[in-house]
Design a binder for this molecule. Structure first.
Ligand code: HEC
Ligand code: HEC
Length: 340
């Protein structure tokens, strides 16, 4: 380090004249060399060069909760569907599969498994009926799901994330339609188009967004009250008295995979460790997983619970690999390795 710094300090022995002519010649050569790149970049730009959009957390947070635009169509129209399909094939198919059934080529190496869009819920929903909205999916695409292989696609443009979210919803409706039709056939009924449409509509239409509190409590008294609520509401039956997970629960998600309760002390949260995110996870639950919804609780009690959950975090953060997560999905193995 000091050596390379020293190098710059060596004074030029050539006179100022010689130095400036070398500089001028050098500059001309550099500009000449860069010309083709500059032209290429300008040309790409003209054709819609993908400029990275590094959304700030604030902007991203506002996507899920404040900046709801009810007029945004949840389905893409005409050529946009093709754009959405192309983006999906490029960025998502390897994990979520061609039909969005979670059976992409890489899926068998991952735990938790990539979501099957055609069945079960999406855990990070923020609506009263637990059905993820377009904005919820855009939020996941911007932020990713910490502690899983679902990364943030924050280098894509917001418009591209919207097309992808619309594509997810399209795959979701198609998958739901296949399932409804199959269920009717199995029940010996002739699937009538209108009835199928109605069922699909009901299963895929998001409800109102859950209203978030305007003010939050985080003082010691709120944490103490939250701790009591955590016990009386039965959170500790799954998450353990200390928040690190109860040893005697064998839980499964809607796909039949083992579903270990989150270690609330050390592990990252899929929806992030913000009070808004935790509030939503408690009210809405995590559809498709064993973590239940707790609707209808008074707002004050929910705020206390959020304060208590936030107070549990302690370093080091425990980042497990896909292999570890599968291995410790059986609660006893996890307890043996980390807790006892
Ligand atoms: C490397 C594999 C991988 C890739 C690539 C990937 N995903 Fe995922 N995705 C996952 C996994 C794993 C999960 C499940 C996380 C969980 O539920 O625990 C997931 C979950 C999701 C969810 C559920 C979110 C919710 O609300 O619960 C959505 C939606 C999603 N992915 C969309 C996409 C889209 C769109 C793309 C492409 C832009 C994509 N994913 C690319 C692995 C991947
Ligand atoms: C029946 C068992 C069960 C009960 C009861 C339960 N949880 Fe969970 N919880 C889970 C499981 C399983 C997960 C992990 C789900 C997943 O990511 O697949 C989880 C995940 C979570 C997360 C992580 C959210 C995220 O973004 O990753 C929080 C926070 C949480 N639970 C808090 C609570 C609170 C507070 C209560 C009580 C109101 C509660 N849980 C009750 C099983 C339970």
């Amino acid at each position: 380090m000091s050596q390379s710094l020293g190098k710059h300090e060596v004074p030029h022995r050539d006179g100022p004249q010689l130095r400036s002519s070398v500089l001028t010649r050098g500059t001309v050569i550099i500009i000449a060399c860069l010309m083709p790149f500059t032209m290429a970049i300008l040309w790409q730009w003209e054709r819609g060069f993908a400029i990275a959009d590094h959304s700030t957390p604030d902007v991203v947070a506002s996507v899920q909760n404040q900046a709801r635009t009810p007029d945004t169509p949840s389905t893409a129209q005409g050529g946009e569907v093709a754009d959405g399909e192309r983006l999906y094939a490029k960025h998502c198919e390897v994990c979520h599969g061609v039909a969005g059934d979670g059976l992409g080529k890489a899926a068998r190496y991952l735990f938790p498994r990539p979501r099957d869009f055609s069945a079960g819920g999406l855990p990070l929903a923020s609506t009263e009926n637990g059905i993820a909205s377009l904005e919820d999916i855009e939020w996941v695409l911007a932020k990713g799901m910490p502690g899983t292989s679902m990364r943030a696609f924050d280098s894509l443009k917001p418009a591209e994330r919207r097309l992808l979210a619309q594509e997810v919803l399209r795959l979701r409706r198609e998958g739901t339609r296949r399932q409804v039709t199959r269920a009717m056939l199995q029940a010996g009924e002739e699937p009538v188009e209108m009835e199928v449409n109605e069922a699909v509509e009901q299963m895929t239409t998001p409800g109102q967004p859950v209203a978030l509190p305007q003010h939050w409590a985080s003082d010691e008294a709120a944490i103490a009250r939250g701790k009591i609520a955590y016990r009386t509401l039965g959170c500790e039956n799954c998450h353990g008295e200390d928040g690190m997970g109860a040893a005697d629960q064998a839980l499964f998600d809607s796909a039949g995979e083992p579903n270990r309760p989150r270690d609330l002390v050390h592990e990252p949260f899929k929806g992030g460790r913000t009070r808004e995110a935790i509030y939503l996870r408690i009210v809405v639950g995590m559809p498709g997983t064993a973590h239940p919804a707790a609707p209808g609780l008074p707002e004050d009690e929910l705020k206390d619970l959020v304060a208590f959950i936030l107070s549990l975090a302690r370093p080091p953060e425990r980042l497990l690999t896909n292999h570890d997560r599968r291995e410790y999905a059986e609660v006893h193995a996890y307890r043996r390795r980390f807790v006892q």
